[in-house]
Design a protein around this ligand. Structure first.
Ligand code: CP
Ligand code: NVA
Length: 303
């Protein structure tokens, strides 16, 4: 059996990613047709969350219900994984009963281990290194508002974190130029930067980076698991707030995205989510549609 996983954007070809995004748009516009004839009756997804979530949990759970299936929330506090049962054993057992598994965890290698031992598709719902499902929603949102992102200038402001690294993969897979503005010491993985140097540049100045941007994206300064670094990071990122002045440097038709949750007064100014260039609420909703398309893709491609 061929099992297709989605651990990073590189698990799909550029054509497959385009196909998933177009299908996400189609599913969004045809909610009723899918509800009348749900394609995945009796299909069960396991959702393993080792970190908090609002959007990811709700979008996968609602998405599975809309497709005719079920989703089961699994927390390490409630299952034997939290009491030391190995991830390999957990993967074998879960995948013998479930049709598809979604995982949010810390180290990316933990997700890779689970996928290695799983006999059904595994989806990365965020690790310390990547958040590819968010990129499907972001790329769908850009496509809906402005058409193809190919050749556009995308600016990442802030931490070289899991979202930033997924934007780096997206730069190659969707063929855009990514400019990252981040303070020294908070760059993304060096090896990834070297690999993607044709599509990714790092600058220190957010204002220099933002000039003529088509899309500006940011994220929290301290990600889940980095809470104790909050004060240190607030100092390091003080010059990296996305605000009206910064968006003023971008193209007139530029968009602003943030995966959420957002910290107003830190990485964004107080009212930025309501700015004319902001599309964050559509971006959040598109998690639902893009992931339904992803689930359909993985289930139909695994055979
Ligand atoms: N953007 C995102 O993944 O949000 P949650 O942490 O709420 O799932
Ligand atoms: N970088 C953030 C993204 C949250 C969706 C984190 O990992 O906490």
């Amino acid at each position: 059996m061929t099992v297709r996983h989605f651990l990073t954007l590189n698990d799909c070809t550029p054509d497959e990613l385009q196909q998933i995004i177009h299908r996400g748009i189609e599913m969004k516009n045809n909610l009723r047709a899918i509800a009348n004839d749900p394609p995945f009756k009796n299909t069960v997804m396991g959702m393993l969350f080792e970190k908090s979530s609002t959007r990811t949990r709700v979008s996968f759970e609602a998405g599975m219900a809309q497709l005719g299936g079920h989703a089961m929330f699994l927390s390490p506090n409630d299952i034997q994984l939290g009491r030391g049962e190995p991830i390999e054993d957990t993967a074998i057992v879960l995948s013998s009963m479930l049709d598809i598994i979604m995982v949010r965890t810390f180290g990316h290698e933990r997700l890779e281990k689970l996928a290695e031992f799983s006999s059904v598709p595994v989806i990365n719902a965020l690790t310390d290194s990547y958040h590819p499902c968010q990129l499907l929603a972001d790329m769908q949102t850009y496509q809906e508002y402005r058409g193809s992102i190919k050749g556009k200038k995308v600016v990442w402001v802030g931490d070289g974190n899991n979202m930033c690294q997924s934007y780096m993969n997206a730069a190659k897979q969707f063929d855009f130029q990514l400019v990252i503005a981040c303070p020294e010491g908070y760059e993304p993985n060096k090896q990834l930067l070297d690999q993607l140097s044709a599509h990714v540049t790092v600058l220190r100045s957010a204002t220099e980076a933002a000039k003529d941007a088509d899309l500006v994206v940011t994220d929290v300064w301290a990600s889940m698991g980095q809470e104790e670094e909050q004060a240190k990071r607030e100092k390091a990122f003080a010059d990296y707030q996305v605000n009206e002045a910064l968006l003023g440097l971008t193209k007139d038709d530029a968009l602003f995205m943030h995966c959420l949750p957002a910290h107003r007064g830190e990485e964004i100014s107080e009212n930025l989510l309501e700015h004319a260039k902001s599309v964050v609420w559509d971006e959040a909703e598109n998690r639902l549609h893009a992931q339904k398309a992803l689930i359909e893709f993985l289930l139909t491609q695994s055979n």
